[in-house]
Design a protein around this ligand. Structure first.
Ligand SMILES: NC(=O)c1ccc[n+]([C@@H]2O[C@H](COP(=O)([O-])OP(=O)(O)OC[C@H]3O[C@@H](n4cnc5c(N)ncnc54)[C@H](OP(=O)(O)O)[C@@H]3O)[C@@H](O)[C@H]2O)c1
Length: 326
């Protein structure tokens, strides 16, 4: 065989090998997209009618940050689905009002525990005592704060930065780990339990100008995933929920749209996904939004274009009244 012919055969083999590799890669990518699409349909659409029976987890649900916003709506929705609910939050009068309303509307029992989650270890004794005699099936770690509210502020420009850092670390991260420490042992003893942790799309990728908040939400994501991996074989499901924008005090009650969800709609849809996926954006519209946004590289999200979009958003929410609770 001439050396020219041999080299032609070699290059043809290389070409065919590369073509095969390309075809396999493309098929893999396509199959992954199809799988994700089918999974998305199951988790976010079919779950309206075909979802996990949460009552199997137990009789009581505990919700932190339950006097307003998403937490309040989780508590109401859990009561509608047959749970007695422990509401834990900062403002006694708001807690009492929500508890009374839940009891009136659903006939379920409630218990309230007033604490400020920006506190340290000392606040958890009161919570442990308040939960001691209960059969807790579901824990929703919802509470979180952004001391700067909706304002996009560079790290060093945040007012009262020293305190704001401690508040976010204690409220957004410490509470999640400590509440889990309190509730998990009994769940393990009964070999069943659901822990839902509210992270954020800001925990999915770094969000500039919300630096500490974004980092605390990444903690919630990692904590949830590791915990789920540790305990899933022992009957415990841990779900991390990562919303985009929901109209609450935290977002200055921005007008709801197709993508900006009302808190009650968000909580209902997010609860439908519990037990079906351990990492959810919470609702169909946020899943679509995040799928598009997070396929973009981080450099694009942190580019000037997005800065301009942020400014538009700031202008929009700046016209709204400031929240009382932040
Ligand atoms: N809203 C969104 O667009 C959005 C997006 C992504 C993720 N999230 C996450 O979803 C969760 C709920 O957010 P949200 O928008 O519903 O917030 P929100 O409307 O500000 O409500 C927060 C709840 O937590 C309570 N709370 C605040 N600070 C507290 C403290 N120091 N100690 C005890 N309780 C405290 C509030 O109680 P009082 O007001 O009664 O004192 C209220 O019940 C958070 O984890 C947040 O990070 C929200």
């Amino acid at each position: 065989m001439s050396s020219k012919r041999a080299s032609l055969m070699t290059s043809s083999l290389v070409y065919q090998g590369l073509a095969l590799l390309g075809a396999l890669t493309l098929s893999h990518l396509l199959l992954r997209q199809v799988f994700n699409l089918l999974r998305g349909i199951r988790v976010y659409i079919l779950s309206r009618w075909w979802r996990k029976d949460l009552k199997q987890y137990g009789g009581w649900a505990v919700v932190t940050g339950a006097s307003d916003g998403i937490g309040k709506c989780y508590a109401e929705e859990l009561a509608r689905r047959g749970f007695d609910v422990v509401l834990i939050s900062r403002t006694q009068e708001k807690l009492e009002k929500v508890a009374k309303e839940i009891e009136r509307q659903t006939g379920r029992k409630t218990r309230i525990i007033q604490v400020d989650f920006t506190g340290g270890l000392e606040i958890y004794t009161k919570i442990e005592e308040g939960l001691r005699d209960l059969d807790i099936g579901i824990l929703v770690n919802n509470v979180a704060v952004i001391p700067t509210g909706n304002n996009a502020v560079p790290f060093l420009n945040a007012p009262h930065l020293e305190q704001a850092i401690c508040d976010m670390v204690n409220c957004n991260m410490l509470s999640v780990a400590q509440m889990t420490r309190i509730v998990l042992p009994k769940m393990l003893a009964r070999k069943k339990g659901l822990i839902v942790n509210l992270s954020s799309a800001a925990g999915f990728r770094p969000f500039r100008y919300f630096t500490v908040y974004s980092a605390t939400k990444a903690f919630v994501d990692y904590f949830s995933r590791a915990l789920h991996a540790e305990y899933k074989t022992r009957g415990i499901t841990v779900q991390c929920v990562m919303p985009m924008i929901v109209s609450t005090n935290m977002t200055d009650n921005i007008r709801s749209t197709l993508f900006v969800k009302r808190a009650e709609d968000f909580a209902r849809e997010a609860l439908n996904t519990a037990g079906l996926t351990n990492r959810a954006m919470g609702c169909l519209m946020h899943a679509i939004q995040s799928h598009v946004l997070f396929t973009l590289p981080e450099v694009v999200i942190n580019s000037r274009l997005f800065e301009l979009l942020d400014e538009e958003y700031q202008k929009k929410v700046g016209e709204r009244p400031k929240p009382k609770s932040q």
